[in-house]
Design a protein around this ligand. Structure first.
Ligand SMILES: [Zn+2]
Length: 442
């Protein structure tokens, strides 16, 4: 009797196992096939990621039904899509992105926010006030050094001073920019309007800020932490995790004095987005900003004269361009990249890997199966992996080194320093002249 029972239970076990295997193999969402990933990537490269769709009243603060305007920056769309594709290749469901943004700091609470972000291994975007940055430069330094992004949130946040004349808004942006530049050496290009643009920016504000080279970011998820004094953490978590219709959530939080409850809510907000499969990222100037649409109801600001625009705004965008030729000495060879052919990001020079290699007489090929770039340059062979963001020299196959090589619109860009080191010619000296940056290698 005992034996019969055991045979029956073994049979039952295998029966269930067989059923499970059948169900798993036949289930459409079971296991992503390589072909699916490829199709996804191609679509992602073609289709600009949508920033946001329908908004709830709460998400838009005081403004109600404001639709979102999607400013299109061609390069930005490509970059977003490829980073989404990269995330897809690593983890099937990681194409959703969340951007945690913290406004009105820095304050003592910023330090607690930074501790949490460090512990969680994620980066955030801080829209700081010039007035606060001046008072707490050491916190600005810490934000910068820990790899977060600093944006400009004007100098004193006073609506009555900011939204009557564009010139006043501009003056506060420039003043804050200078405060931050003196601390970190970099000008913030990202701007968030105090209270958001809705009801504050007329079309001229949008146009002039864009002409000046800035990127204005609103949000599509409002944590509601500044709706009134002392909003409890539980309510902030609820607001910050409200469903967003697109694949990107730009979450508004505050780290100024009095926002202890936001800090308390933060770990739970992070846990929610991690559980939902979101990747955390920082806002960048070349992405497609989430913006509220200029409204008829916006304060009609007095507009600056053509001469004033000419004097202040027109040339400003050049501050964010790299106008110098990048000259490169490499063994017996020399080549140059013109402005626009390379990028300067956070003090780092980035170049397209293919043009760098070919101009220096090397060979480069794309390996479709491993999705890596194979390079032969300066007598060295190495591989760059833009999805895993590593490079592997031939002498240490299997021991990849971290490098910020990444795809932008199908082109692999690489930190110049990493590419030169891997090719046996590490950088020995960099000289900065007005018209030229010159790189001298070993
Ligand atoms: Zn603010």
């Amino acid at each position: 009797m005992k034996i019969v029972a055991r045979v029956a239970s073994i049979a039952l076990f295998f029966g269930v196992l067989a059923l499970m295997i059948t169900a798993w193999a036949g289930f459409p969402g079971g296991k992503p096939k390589p072909a699916d990933v490829k199709v996804y990537m191609e679509q992602a490269l073609l289709a600009p990621a949508s920033a946001a769709g329908v908004q709830t009243k709460e998400q838009l603060g005081q403004s109600g039904e404001t639709p979102i305007k999607q400013a299109v920056y061609a390069a930005g769309a490509g970059k977003q899509a490829t980073s989404a594709a990269a995330a897809q290749a690593q983890a099937p469901k990681a194409e959703k992105k969340v951007y945690l943004t913290f406004d009105d700091g820095p304050s003592d609470l910023t330090l607690e926010v930074l501790d949490i972000l460090r512990k969680e291994g994620i980066k955030g975007t801080f829209f700081v006030l010039g007035e606060q940055a001046e008072a707490r430069p050491e916190i600005i330094n810490r934000i910068y050094e820990e790899g977060h992004v600093i944006g400009n949130h004007t100098y004193d946040h006073r609506y009555d001073k900011l939204y009557g004349h564009f010139q006043d808004f501009w003056t506060q942006i420039k003043k804050t920019e200078e405060v931050i530049r003196l601390i970190t050496g970099e000008r913030p290009q990202l701007v968030r309007a105090p209270g958001g643009t809705a009801g504050h920016f007329d079309q001229a504000y949008f146009d002039l800020m864009e002409q000046g080279g800035y990127r204005v970011f609103d949000w599509n998820v409002d944590s509601g932490d500044s709706k009134r004094r002392g909003v409890p953490a539980k309510e902030i978590v609820k607001g910050a995790t409200a469903k967003v219709s697109g694949s990107e959530a730009v979450v508004l939080l505050h780290d100024s004095n009095g926002h202890e409850e936001s800090v308390k809510a933060l770990p739970e907000i992070i846990a929610y987005y991690k559980k939902q499969g979101y990747a955390f990222d920082v806002l960048t100037p070349d992405m497609q900003p989430v913006q509220f649409k200029a409204q008829q109801s916006a304060v009609k600001a007095s507009q600056p004269s053509r001469q004033w625009i000419e004097d202040h705004v027109a040339a400003n965008a050049k501050l964010f361009e790299t106008g110098r030729t990048l000259a490169l000495e490499f063994g017996a060879m020399e080549t140059a990249f013109e402005p626009g052919e390379y990028k300067m990001e956070g003090g780092r020079l980035l170049v397209p890997l293919r043009s760098l290699t070919e101009r220096l007489g090397g060979e480069v090929s794309w390996k479709g199966h491993s999705k890596t770039v194979s390079v032969s340059l300066g007598g060295k062979r190495w591989e760059a992996d833009p999805l895993r963001r590593t490079i592997s020299p031939a002498e240490s196959w299997g021991r990849p080194l971290p490098s910020d090589v990444h795809l932008i619109g199908g082109t692999a860009w690489i930190p110049l320093r990493d590419a030169l080191a891997a090719s046996g010619h590490p950088v020995t000296r960099v000289t900065y002249e007005d018209a030229e940056i010159r790189i001298i290698t070993l």
